[in-house]
Design a protein around this ligand. Structure first.
Ligand code: MF3
Ligand code: CO
Length: 285
């Protein structure tokens, strides 16, 4: 049997509907995609994800302090592994679906899933996304930042800035009892207004008890589409913004790294968010 995706929300066993149940059922009955009860994190789970997020932020701060021209992406991988394990945590990418390293490092035209290597030496003018994900006491957090190595071109600088603005505006658009598509809409409009495009092949995601959970948090799309956002949901927003075409290909040599089709630069920022009664709270600060 396949489950109807619009029957996610079930009536409580005791038959008593809370205001929250009624509100979610109202949207479900209109045919909207709503979360399951399981997707709404309990207090203790949120605290666990928050602790994980603190370590994840520590890793990114450590990278920020040490990254510079001459460093290899394999050096970054070593820092991430050492910092994470020193804090009794596990780098989530390691062995995830066969990923070989502790962190994703995506340089210039690489969109995401760049694999750290001794052969990739950072140079003045490079832009790089460092995507860090941490498991602490079984709880997952996920965030990424861009770093500019020395001074780069005005175009690449703008791309990095606009990608960050897309994340911030997307987070602002994420409202309780709004929809994932509301986030996608503001990101899409801001990217296009600046002459850039939005990657469609990769999405943000629910996170916390596993690395990748429902819902799919797409970044390209229209308002009032996708899943209803309900307080208690924990998810990432992680727009990948391209200078040229949004299309990409996967590096055949490693089967992981996404590269822009036209080999023009790409930029991405990511946070893990908790939906609250009055907007999102960042769990990876
Ligand atoms: N950190 C990525 C994300 O934001 C996922 C990377 S999967 C990996 O969802 F295996 F490459 F680590
Ligand atoms: Co993510």
């Amino acid at each position: 049997m396949t489950k109807r995706n619009n029957a996610n929300w079930t009536i409580p066993k005791n038959g008593k509907l809370t205001e929250k149940d009624k509100r979610i059922l109202f949207y479900q009955e209109k045919g909207c995609l709503v979360p399951t009860r399981q997707m709404l994190k309990k207090k203790a789970q949120i605290e666990g994800i928050r602790e994980s997020g603190k370590i994840n932020t520590g890793v990114l701060d450590y990278v920020a302090e040490h990254i510079r021209a001459g460093v290899t992406t394999a050096d970054i991988d070593k820092w991430v592994y050492a910092f994470t394990t020193d804090h009794d945590a596990i780098p989530a990418p390691m062995n995830y679906e066969g990923f070989p390293k502790s962190v994703c490092t995506s340089v210039n035209e690489e969109v995401c899933h760049g694999i750290p290597s001794n052969d990739i030496v950072l140079e003045e003018g490079d832009i790089i996304n460092v995507d860090v994900s941490t498991i602490y006491k079984g709880y997952y957090s996920d965030a990424s930042r861009m770093f500019i190595i020395g001074k780069t071109s005005p175009e690449k600088e703008k791309l990095v800035r606009v990608a960050k603005e897309c994340l911030d505006k997307g987070a602002e658009a994420a409202r309780p009892y709004g929809f994932v598509g509301d986030i996608a809409d503001v990101i899409t409009r801001h990217a296009h207004q600046n002459g850039f495009t939005v990657v469609r092949d990769y999405c943000g995601h629910g996170v916390g008890l596993e690395f990748h959970e429902e819902p799919e948090v797409f970044h390209f799309g229209k308002p009032h589409t996708g899943m209803l956002l309900v307080p208690g949901m924990v998810f990432t927003i992680e727009p990948m913004i391209n200078m040229g075409t949004w299309e990409l290909f996967i590096d055949e040599d490693n089967g992981w790294t996404a590269v822009t089709e036209d080999e023009k630069p790409s930029a991405q920022w990511e946070h893990t968010f908790l939906m609250t009664d009055n907007g999102v709270e960042i769990l990876t600060y």
